[in-house]
Design a protein around this ligand. Structure first.
Ligand SMILES: *[C@@H]1O[C@H](CO)[C@@H](O)[C@H](O)[C@H]1NC(C)=O
Ligand SMILES: *[C@@H]1O[C@H](CO)[C@@H](O)[C@H](O)[C@H]1NC(C)=O
Ligand SMILES: *[C@@H]1O[C@H](CO)[C@@H](O)[C@H](O)[C@H]1NC(C)=O
Ligand SMILES: *[C@@H]1O[C@H](CO)[C@@H](O)[C@H](O)[C@H]1NC(C)=O
Length: 341
């Protein structure tokens, strides 16, 4: 017992040293190249330390943990544990090339200053990471990522989906009326203003920002309600509680695009963004409702027109490459894919 503790202590000391070194290296790097959000400079050191203690190496007790290196070189080349999936007041720094790449996604004409926008944003929503996503104690976090494919119809996956620790859904996905096939629980719902629908009580909204206006919309929709139109009409007010709003990190979108999609398509779909997000916050991931149904139709499970093909050929995403990534993840047993019918 004493020996064990001693070993753990040594391991901890080593990890702290390693973490400090990594931090120092990153810090130097950041000062040279990055665009800063200046407000938190002074508290940066202690904050980063806290972040490191909370974030990257979550102790995992599953029989097989996603983050484990050495299983597949393909995976290890792409998976970068230090990338942070959520935007916080402390990590709101953008490399110049990340910012300019992100600004081009939806070709925003005259974006409001990003520093100002982020400052306004974190006056409204929490600037630190959802405590639910942090993990100090060992455990096995099992996640269901539920896509919107018609292959969920008559799948009877509902109870299986609901049995996970986290259930992630995206865009317009309804559950009411479809519980037997898609489940009824949601812990995190990924949306952008144009795909927003009201969420259930206790559901965390994860805003995926594709432009500066999306961040402004969060502020507006939870306060004065002045923004009602982006490139289409959007809800001017939402009922989601401010403390339940999280923001997907734009640098993480670029990481998904560069590392995982290898530059395919114009930018990643919400589907693949949810999958890679889950690789970083979960120990086990089960995918439902991705891809075509067994007849090759691409449609949403709540739509009756199976030939709609709604979300395959949108022009901006490379659906085939994205499917290949998820299929490859499954082939190396990092995730499981439930194909439905
Ligand atoms: C944000 O602020 C930093 C430091 O004040 C500045 O260097 C940078 O250009 C600003 N970025 C934007 C997008 O305004
Ligand atoms: C992983 O991400 C960190 C933080 O963005 C970056 O500094 C580092 O270069 C990345 N590592 C690899 C191997 O790409
Ligand atoms: C939301 O959370 C509160 C507090 O944990 C709980 O009492 C309530 O039943 C939850 N509501 C739903 C719809 O799950
Ligand atoms: C993904 O694409 C590559 C290259 O086209 C192919 O060799 C591989 O078999 C595909 N993987 C899966 C799982 O479909």
């Amino acid at each position: 017992m004493v020996m064990m503790r001693n070993r753990n202590l040594k391991l901890l000391t080593f990890l702290i040293l390693l973490a400090s070194l990594t931090f120092l290296l990153n810090y130097t790097h950041t000062v040279v190249t990055a665009t800063w959000f200046p407000k938190h400079m002074v508290s940066e050191l202690s904050e980063s330390f806290k972040r490191l203690m909370n974030y990257p190496q979550r102790p995992c007790t599953c029989s097989r943990c996603i983050g484990e290196p050495g299983v597949s070189p393909w995976f290890d080349e792409r998976f970068n544990q230090t990338m942070q999936p959520l935007l916080t007041a402390q990590n709101a720094l953008f490399e110049e090339d990340t910012y300019s790449w992100w600004l081009k996604l939806q070709r925003e004409k005259q974006p409001q200053n990003l520093n100002d926008t982020i400052q306004e944003l974190f006056q409204v929503v929490p600037g630190s990471v959802d405590p639910m996503l942090r993990r100090g104690v060992a455990g096995c976090r099992r996640c269901a990522v539920v896509g919107n494919s018609g292959n969920l119809r008559e799948s009877q996956y509902g109870p299986h989906i609901d049995s996970h620790d986290f259930v992630l859904r995206m865009n317009r996905a309804p559950t009411t009326g479809f519980e037997a096939d898609v489940g009824s629980r949601t812990t995190h719902h990924l949306v952008y203003p144009e795909s927003f629908r009201e969420l259930g009580e206790n559901v965390s909204m994860v805003l995926v920002p594709f432009k500066t206006l999306d961040l402004q919309w969060v502020v507006s929709a939870t306060t004065k309600g002045t923004i009602s139109h982006t490139y289409v009409p959007v809800p001017s007010r939402i009922k989601v509680k401010r403390n339940q709003i999280l923001v997907y990190h734009p640098a993480f979108i670029k990481y998904v695009f560069d590392s995982w999609l290898q530059g395919h398509g114009r930018y990643p779909s919400t589907g693949i963004l949810s999958v890679i997000f889950s690789l970083h916050i979960c120990d086990e991931v089960d995918l439902y409702g991705f891809g075509a149904d067994s007849k090759g139709n691409w449609h949403h499970y709540w739509e009756n027109n199976p030939s709609a093909g709604a979300f395959r050929k949108t022009g901006v995403h490379d659906g085939d490459f994205e499917s290949n990534v998820t299929a490859t993840l499954a082939s190396i047993n990092k995730i499981r894919i439930f194909k439905g019918r």
